[in-house]
Design a protein around this ligand. Structure first.
Ligand code: MG
Length: 256
């Protein structure tokens, strides 16, 4: 297959779908309950824009595990969380798709763009959600929470994979579409186009303050002509890459 003219990377929650988090949260909590033997909860935690691995770490901390015990428990907790989600996921999530998602994916697929995921979801959970929403087949690959420590590094892994597998030319434009400032930061760090959509739970002000190259209220507004214009413009303001990716505070980090 010929390399695609562009690579478009999508976040999942708040971007492709919304209100699909309840079963997901319960799966993370249940995995920690089985591992730690104690209940901990994400109810008071703003989970949007976060990585599942960080959330599991947070829950394991709340359940009383030491740093060393958490490190040992994490791989099995990750495995458990995924299998619990698969067993307990809702029958379908088609009604949770954000406005404009399916038509946009159809248009992008029609343009032969390469489509991938950059998400804080664990692998099996992310793919399962897309399957339940009926959009799994649009995506060729993804970078998921357990593969890297930050969203910026996940985006980098996705871009590298796409280039190495020759899904896109090395010089082809790459965009990351997300609903959170962390998605925009991840795009900037990788010097790719940042597209923000206002369908997430965070504030629009915060999202705009992260300075995406393009902001849309929802994906019905994202036209192929706007993408073409974007890809014809240089990636402004990113002449020098910051040396470190934006790292969200770790649950076990000492207070600043
Ligand atoms: Mg999101």
């Amino acid at each position: 297959m010929a390399p695609a003219p562009a690579l478009i990377l999508f976040d999942i929650d708040g971007t492709l779908m919304s209100r699909a988090g309840a079963h997901h949260k319960r799966a993370l909590e249940e995995a920690v309950r089985r591992m730690a033997g104690r209940t901990s909860s994400l109810d008071a935690v703003p989970t949007h824009g976060k990585l599942d691995r960080d959330l599991l770490n947070l829950l394991l901390t709340e359940a009383g595990l030491s740093q060393r015990a958490r490190r040992l428990a994490l791989p099995e907790t990750i495995r458990l969380a995924q299998s619990i989600y698969i067993e307990s996921s809702p029958p379908r999530l088609e009604d949770r798709l954000c406005p404009g998602v399916r038509p946009l994916l159809e248009t992008l697929a029609g343009e032969k763009f390469a489509l991938g995921l950059v998400t804080g979801n664990l692998t099996a959970i992310g793919w399962r959600k897309l399957e339940l929403a009926g959009i799994r087949h649009f995506f060729q690959f993804g970078a998921f929470s357990e593969q890297a420590a930050t969203r910026a590094l996940l985006a980098r892994a996705a871009i590298r994979h796409a280039r190495k597998a020759q899904l896109v030319e090395r010089a082809a434009p790459v965009a990351l579409i997300g609903d959170h400032a962390n998605d925009v930061h991840a795009a900037h760090w990788n010097r790719i186009y940042a597209i923000a959509t206002g369908t997430g739970l965070g504030s629009t002000e915060e999202l705009r303050a992260a300075r995406p190259h393009l902001f849309v209220t929802d994906l019905t507004e994202l036209r192929i002509s706007a993408l073409a214009t974007l890809f014809a413009s240089p990636i402004a303001g990113q002449t020098k890459r910051r040396r470190e990716p934006v790292i969200p505070p770790r649950p076990d980090a000492p207070p600043a």
